[in-house]
Design a protein around this ligand. Structure first.
Ligand code: BG6
Length: 504
C-alpha cells in the first residue's frame, strides 16, 4: 500500500450538493478503512456563511447520504472533528482570510503544507480560483505539495476547454492538475485495461482482423431529475459522451502502454482519441449521428413527464437526452471497424457496458448457427465480464446454441469494490494521476465532439426524434448499425407503448 502524506483537502463550492452526496461519504469510508493519514483536515469553503459546526451538520450529520444509524457514533464524531469551514466573500475576491485559516489549520493539525484544492463550483470561476490561490502563494510547492482537482464539465466546447487549460496552466503545472472523470474511478472501467493487457487470449484478437464492431451503451432509467436547468444547456453529448464515454472508448481502443504509469497510459489514451475520425461534412454527420428526446408516457399506470415538461427545461428545448454516434478510428489496429456509442436518459434500465462483437468464422460449417462471439464488459450494475460462444445442442446433427462464460465481481469473496470517488480521492492524495484526464485528452475528445454539436445546432437536415420515456431510444436507432445487427438491449422493455415520432 502506498504511503499517504499528511495533508489538507480544501473544497471550493463546499455548500453544494457534491460535497455531501459524494465527497464526504467517500472520505468517511476511507477514514473507516484507515486510509486517511493521521493528520488530515477537510476545509470547506463557499460564499455561504456557516460555522464549522453548521457545516458539519449540513454535509455529514443531516445530509442523509451517510446512514448514521448504521455507523458507530464515536467514529462519526472522530471523523467530524477533521471537518472545518471558512466562508469567502466571493470566488473572485482575494483569499487572504482563507489563506490565513489554511495556515492556522496546517499549524494546528500538522498537515505538512500539503494541499489539495477541489473545485466543485460552477466552471465560470475555475480560473479566478486558480489565480487567487496562486496569488496567495498556495499553488507553489516550496514547503509541501499543492494539487488542484477540477470537476466536470471541463469546457463547453473545444475552444472553451483550450481556454480553461491555458488559464489553469498560468497558475498550476500540468502535473498539479487532476481533471476528474468519475467513470475512470469505476473498478470495471479499470478492468478494461486488465482484461486486455493481462490475458493472452484477448489481445491477439483485439483488432480489425477479428472484431466486426464495438458497441458502448450507457443507459439511465432516470430523467434529468432536479438538474433540468443545467442539463438543458448541456445535453447528453456534453454531459456523458464527451467525457465518460470517450474515456471508456480510449481504454478499449488504446495500444498497450510501455508501462502501467500515469504518463504512459495517458499517452496511449490520447493517441487513441486523436485517431477518431472527425466528421465534418453534413452528409457524414447526418448518417452517423442520431439525437433524441424523451416524451411523456405511462409506465404501469404512472404518467412519466416528457423532457420538455421537466422543471428548468425550456418547453421548446432542442437539447438531446439521447445521443448515438457511429465513428471510425484511423489507425492501424481499428481501420474499418465501426464503433457505436450511445447514451440516454429515461431508458428501460440503468446499464453501462461495452460489447465487443467478433467476426463470424470464415466458413459457416453448421447450417443455421448464428453464434458470433461477443465479449461483454459490464461496467455497472452486475459488474463483470461475459463471453458468449457457441456450443453444440446435445443430440443428433450439429445444432449450435449460444452459451455464456461469465464472471461477476460480486463472486469475489472478501474483496470490496471501492466507490469511484473514494478511489479517485485516494489516488490524488497519493499523487497518482493515472485515473485523471490530462489536458490533451480532454481537448482531443472535444475536437471530435465539437463538429457534432455544431451540426446539431445549425445543420440543415438535423432531426430530433422523440422516444417514449422507458424505451430504448428512437425508432430508427438500429438503422445506425451496419448489416443485420442491432443494439444489444439488456433487460426487459418496461413501457406500455413506444410512441416513436419526429419532433422537428
Ligand atoms: C454524471 C452526469 O457525470 O454522470 C449525470 O452529469 C449522470 O447526468 C451521471 O447521471 C451518471 O453516473 P453513473 O456513475 O451513475 O453512471
Amino acid at each position: 500500500m502506498k504511503k499517504t502524506d499528511h495533508q489538507m483537502l480544501i473544497i471550493f463550492g463546499a455548500s453544494g450538493d457534491l460535497t455531501a452526496r459524494k465527497l464526504l461519504p467517500a472520505l468517511y469510508d476511507l477514514f473507516k478503512l484507515g486510509d486517511l493519514p493521521d493528520n488530515y483536515v477537510i476545509l470547506g469553503t463557499s460564499r455561504s456563511s456557516l460555522s464549522d459546526e453548521q457545516f458539519r451538520k449540513k454535509v455529514l450529520t443531516e445530509s442523509g447520504y451517510i446512514d448514521l444509524d448504521k455507523e458507530d457514533p464515536e467514529q462519526v464524531a472522530a471523523f467530524a472533528k477533521k471537518i472545518f469551514y471558512q466562508s469567502i466573500e466571493g470566488y473572485e475576491s482575494n483569499y487572504s482570510m482563507l489563506a490565513e485559516r489554511i495556515s492556522q489549520l496546517n499549524e494546528e493539525h500538522q498537515t505538512a503544507h500539503n494541499y489539495i484544492f477541489y473545485l466543485s463550483t460552477p466552471p465560470g470561476v475555475y480560473k479566478s480560483i486558480a489565480e487567487n490561490l496562486c496569488g496567495a502563494g498556495l499553488s507553489q510547492e516550496e514547503q509541501g505539495w499543492s494539487r488542484l482537482i477540477v470537476e466536470k464539465p471541463f469546457g463547453y466546447s473545444l475552444e472553451t476547454a483550450k481556454q480553461l487549460n491555458s488559464q489553469l496552466l498560468q497558475y498550476f503545472q500540468e502535473s498539479q492538475i487532476y481533471r476528474i472523470d468519475h467513470y475512470l474511478g469505476k473498478e470495471t472501467v479499470q478492468n478494461l485495461l486488465v482484461t486486455r493487457f493481462s490475458n493472452s487470449i484477448f489481445e491477439p484478437l483485439w483488432n480489425r482482423n477479428y472484431i466486426r464492431h464495438i458497441e458502448v451503451t450507457n443507459a439511465e432509467s432516470i430523467g434529468v431529475e432536479k438538474r433540468g436547468g443545467y442539463y438543458d444547456k448541456s445535453g447528453a453529448l456534453r454531459d456523458m459522451f464527451q467525457n465518460h464515454l470517450l474515456q471508456v472508448v480510449s481504454l478499449v481502443a488504446m495500444e498497450p502502454p510501455l508501462e502501467a504509469t500515469a504518463e504512459e497510459i495517458r499517452n496511449e489514451k490520447v493517441k487513441a482519441l486523436k485517431s477518431i475520425r472527425i466528421m465534418t461534412d453534413e452528409a457524414t454527420l447526418h448518417e452517423n449521428t442520431i439525437r433524441g428526446q424523451y416524451v411523456s408516457t405511462e409506465i404501469g399506470g404512472e404518467k412519466i413527464k416528457g423532457y420538455r415538461e421537466e422543471e428548468g427545461v425550456d418547453p421548446e428545448s432542442l437539447t438531446e437526452t439521447y445521443a448515438a454516434i457511429k465513428f471510425y478510428m484511423d489507425n492501424w489496429r481499428w481501420k474499418g471497424v465501426p464503433f457505436y456509442v450511445r447514451t440516454a436518459k429515461r431508458m428501460p434500465t440503468k446499464v453501462t457496458e461495452v460489447v465487443v462483437h467478433f467476426k463470424s468464422t470464415p466458413h459457416r460449417l453448421f447450417a443455421g448457427s448464428n453464434t458470433d462471439n461477443k465479449l461483454i464488459i459490464r461496467i455497472h450494475p452486475d459488474e463483470g465480464v461475459l463471453l458468449k460462444f457457441g456450443v453444440k445442442v446435445p443430440g443428433q446433427g450439429f445444432l449450435v446454441e449460444e452459451a455464456n462464460l461469465d464472471f461477476y465481481y460480486s463472486q469475489l469473496k472478501g474483496s470490496r469494490v471501492m466507490e469511484a470517488y473514494e478511489r479517485l480521492l485516494l489516488d490524488a492524495m497519493q499523487g497518482d494521476a493515472t485515473l485523471y484526464a490530462r489536458g490533451d485528452e480532454v481537448e482531443a475528445a472535444w475536437q471530435f465532439v465539437d463538429p457534432i454539436l455544431q451540426y446539431w445546432k445549425n445543420g440543415k437536415d438535423v432531426r430530433m426524434y422523440g422516444y417514449a420515456a422507458g424505451v430504448w431510444g428512437p425508432e430508427n436507432s438500429n438503422a445506425l448499425i451496419e448489416g443485420n445487427y442491432v443494439w444489444r438491449n439488456p433487460g426487459p422493455n418496461l413501457a406500455d407503448h413506444p410512441g416513436y415520432c419526429v419532433l422537428c
